[in-house]
Design a protein around this ligand. Structure first.
Ligand code: PA5
Length: 439
């Protein structure tokens, strides 16, 4: 029997019944037998991952234990308080920005920059227009810049650094040191050399941690501390999830379950696209973080690489759901359901007769009903879908999600037989760009 265990208190829960053939037929859904077989077959991979914890690739598993780095960052951040920054501006791209963006969106609220100081901005592109716009509202003299690049040589963050540095120099700022903190890999690289030369504060990305697996290192923690996120809870959640995945029975193991679903639905049921659709605006940018993690880690051979897609409930019900329900049956769906939103907002009572069933309903009830409606209509149309239930959105649950997906991807690397920790395609593009600009 495939169990669908009820959620444990304060733990995430994966409900995957709508991906099984019992619900959607064998042409699109996985039989219980083959699902159980796949869980059993891949259980040793989980052991491999945890046993080789000290091996290069799996070092991300140790990050929740690194309290020393967190203490160092917190002490440094305390020292920044005297500067009374008006703006904190993060410059980074890919794995050096997406984690901070996800954390920011989930944990600091939508209107933070309107209400509080310092305002926090994350620049992860080199489109000149938004940069000009930012410069028109944020005075570099009143800003702290966090420059992040694991390799230390990526064009975008270095180009952005040079723009803001130039602005500071134009404004005759003497103490440039005060305005910059760099985060980079420990190897010799252009950013590190620059930091040493200029005397900028510097934090390391631990040597074995890949860009897209770095959110729980200084790369994600330093910005999160400055955003006043409860970073101890973030690490606590990640640790809790890691320890659970390590010991829990395969049939209840969320990372193994998600990895087996991904693999079987892609390889056996031709669902080459994975749609991640949180029913929560706060978790929407987790989708972008996951999109990079899945795409860059598994998209390695011409025959291997599920395509991740991000969508938002309920918004995209009104733009994508038609395609999802009746278009090509080449997708499967992961929903996030938040059991307790931070706020409860009640509707009024003045709706027209046709909609009076909404009178006095809470938005939470409506969003939940909409998710159920979407899930049921997809199921009716034989589209596999899975719901991850999240008790509430806080630092701890976010830490759990980060760790859950990182281990899922590590497992998928072994299942698809690809190196989940390299990105030769990205490196190639970086090299060509540099060559073109050097001419
Ligand atoms: O996951 C990765 O390693 C990449 O996607 C990088 O995050 C991205 O290319 C940015 O690289 P870097 O942090 O070295 O500037």
């Amino acid at each position: 029997m495939v169990k669908n265990i009820p959620p444990k208190q304060n733990m995430l829960y994966v409900d995957y019944q709508n991906a099984l053939s019992d619900k959607i037929g064998l042409a699109n859904g996985i039989s219980k037998r083959s699902f159980l077989g796949e869980l059993k077959k891949n259980q040793p991979s989980l052991k491999t991952i945890f046993r080789s914890k000290n091996k290069e690739e799996y070092a991300f598993l140790d990050l929740p234990d690194d309290q020393a780095t967190l203490r160092k960052i917190k002490a440094w951040a305390k020292g920044q308080e005297k500067n009374r920054w008006e703006n904190i501006i993060l410059l980074g791209i890919g794995g050096s920005a997406l984690g901070a963006i996800a954390v920011r969106k989930a944990l600091t609220g939508h209107c933070q920059n309107l209400k509080n100081r310092p305002r926090f901005f994350i620049i992860d592109n080199i489109d000149p227009d938004p940069i000009a716009e930012l410069l028109s509202v944020a005075d570099p003299v009143k800003s702290l810049f966090i420059v992040i690049s694991k390799s230390g040589g990526t064009t975008e963050p270095l180009a952005l650094y040079s723009i803001f540095r130039e602005k500071l120099e134009e404004k005759k700022v003497k103490n440039l040191k005060k305005h910059f903190v760099f985060i980079t890999g420990p190897q010799k690289n252009p950013l590190r050399t620059l930091a040493k030369k200029e005397g900028f504060d510097l934090f390391d990305v631990p040597p074995k941690i890949g860009g897209r697996f770095s959110v729980l290192s200084a790369v994600g923690l330093l910005p999160a501390v400055l955003m006043k996120v409860d970073t101890s809870a973030l690490l606590k959640g990640a640790k809790k999830m890691r320890d659970l995945i390590k010991k829990i029975h395969p049939e209840e193991n969320p990372a193994l379950i998600l990895a087996c679903l991904q693999y079987l639905l892609d390889k056996k049921k031709e669902k080459g696209m994975t749609v991640l659709m949180p029913y929560s605006s706060r978790l929407f940018r987790m989708g972008d973080w996951y999109r990079q993690l899945l795409a860059e880690s598994i998209g390695k051979k011409s025959t291997v690489g599920p395509t991740p897609i991000t969508a938002l409930g309920t918004t995209d019900q009104h733009s994508q759901l038609q395609l999802y329900c009746e278009g090509p049956a080449n997708k499967w769906f992961i929903f996030f359901r938040v059991l307790k939103h931070k706020n409860e907002i009640k509707l009024g009572s003045h709706l027209p007769k046709e909609l009076d069933f909404l009178n006095h309903k809470k938005l939470n009830q409506i969003i939940d009903a909409a998710l159920q409606g979407t899930s049921e209509s997809l199921t009716k149309n034989k589209r596999p879908n899975v719901t991850i239930e999240i008790p509430t959105i806080d630092a701890e649950s976010l830490g759990m999600l980060f760790m859950l997906f990182e281990i899922q991807i590590a497992l998928l690397g072994l299942m698809y037989k690809v190196n989940a920790f390299s990105q030769p395609g990205v490196e190639e593009g970086k090299k060509i760009t540099k060559k073109l600009l050097s001419k």
